[in-house]
Ligand binder design. Sequence first.
Ligand code: ADP
Ligand code: MG
Length: 271
Amino acid sequence: DDIGPNDIEKLQVLGHGNGGTVYQVRHKRTAAIYALKVVHSDSDPTNRRQIRREMDILRRTDSPYVVQCHGFFEKPSGDVAIVLEYMDLGTLDTLLKQNGTFSESLLAAVARQVLSGLSYLHAHKIIHRDIKPSNLLVNRQMDVKIGDFGVSKVMCRTLDACNSYVGTCAYMSPERFDPERYGGNYDGYAADIWSLGLTLLELYMGHFPFLPSGQRPDWATLMCAICFGDPPSLPESASEEFRGFVECCLKKESSERWTAAQLLTHPFLCQ
Ligand code: ADP
Ligand code: MG
């Protein structure tokens, strides 16, 4: 049954994002815990558009690898809210900051779950467009689920251009900056695979790839590195399977990049 605004009480703030707040809430009758993502009535039109887009996508999805939604509501005040399954360990980003870098076997488990989620989404013509550690949610069972569909897109036509600058620039793939050069058979889905490749590198190395120093450079420098430099790769310390896997995610030419379904058969995930 859908949960309404009068069924729950707020416990604490879990996170702040672009124009919205995520609260931990308790269902009064069952005492079950949920996360509540709220965009307030006074927040700007972009944020309100994003939460509506997110509602629209969560309505269509039902996968163990995508954060589950238990209801939506709009208050008379104008606040728009989504009731989400509560992920008690937060995001991969918070885990990295708390516990340090991830082992290969943990990353194989992360990759398998995120790819299962992406393969589900892509089969349903949904492109996430903002895959990164802070949008991947985790719980105590080490279930990893894809969250934050604020800038996602549902493809309605096959040749829909979707190289608009949405998402977090740093994780954007070469063909989204330069579709002429890297977009061979551009369909948009491959951009999520690129972002997953960068995410795995970051969780293994402890800092954002492209930047040995760990500092974020300005936007132009980063865009040049993504478009004109070699794709980042794992250090020698990583296993051959893992290095090969990341290479398949980070092909600059989007048509050469493996799909989610192909990557699920890669030896790194099958050992
Ligand atoms: P934004 O669009 O503002 O980035 P997110 O959906 O990414 O919104 O949520 C912001 C933060 O709130 C996340 O990084 C995470 O820390 C927390 N959060 C979001 N959803 C959940 C959830 N289902 N369970 C636990 N924490 C969550
Ligand atoms: Mg987010």
